[in-house]
Design a protein around this ligand. Sequence first.
Ligand SMILES: [Zn+2]
Length: 353
Amino acid sequence: MHIHHVLPIRQSHYRQVAALIETSHLRHDPAAQLQHDRPSGPVYRPVRRTALAPLSETLVRMDGHPIAADLWRLPVAETHAVQQHGCAADPAIPVLRAALAAGLDPVELRALLDHPPTGRGGPDVRQETLVQARWCPEAWGVMRLGLHWFLVLWFDLDRTSLGPPASGEDVALDLGLDPVVQVVTASGQAWTVDPALPADLPVLRASLSGPARHRLDRALFDQYRLTLLALTERLMGEASAVYVEALSYRSMHRPFVREARRTGVLDWHEGWLHTRLHLAGVRFERIHPAGTSQRCSRCDGQPYGDRYARVFVCRKCGPMDAHENAARNILRLGRQKVRVWDARQQASTDVAS
Ligand SMILES: [Zn+2]
């Protein structure tokens, strides 16, 4: 399966990217099709087939010019694929991630952030078990979106183990910041997904600046990435259909979007989840989010209720968990959408035969 990832380019390098276009090293490619339901802009690709050289997780050589781009925002399988082309992993990040997960005390964590371990580090043994990615270093481009530039990389994604087709049940996901994902299933199970992180992390982060804060954000992203990919693998193996809200980040509350981008929830929701479920043959549907958190999921989503942070109160059914309620509404709407769609498909097949 041919997929792409869109990674931010550091603002301080926008001028160099624009210069590569002005000097005709990169040319607008109207045939470069990016995923239609995500914001996309014109894509420029190299005129001569030149390989992109990843120099580190934050730096690439683009037609001879070093450009800072966030390669570290790729999912694990794609990261491994890029690393096979000579981009070394930052040895500090796995150590910091482990420290975050273990709930290391703020003073020790602070010391690690200020004086990170150096050297080559051991090989990063983490790997996704269900997918494998291949990257061709000649398959790259840049995309302009408004005033911003992004690096676009293409990959081939394959399943590593075929296994029996998913015979599981329908699952709905409500995305947020705390919990990061609320899961409900058609059989009534509900659980939340959150990475293990120290409780006083926001305070620590606010006290940091420069490279230390960047390092913390990298480790944090890594921790979220592992958590979200673990959920993805579970869904690939156990779900028959997955429903999420079709969120348009452009119209959303800015701090939420910033936070979702920082943790990788946005990347996961917009790209990774979809491609991996597709590869596993799990149906994936996006649901219009109108009313999912304001209606009661028990009385068929009809009456509007009141929401107080994590509690939703239906005037008829009483109080319930707000995230679970939203996820149940997404599940109901998703199943409705699929029923209508399948009936329509069936009707057109009947007419044709
Ligand atoms: Zn109700």
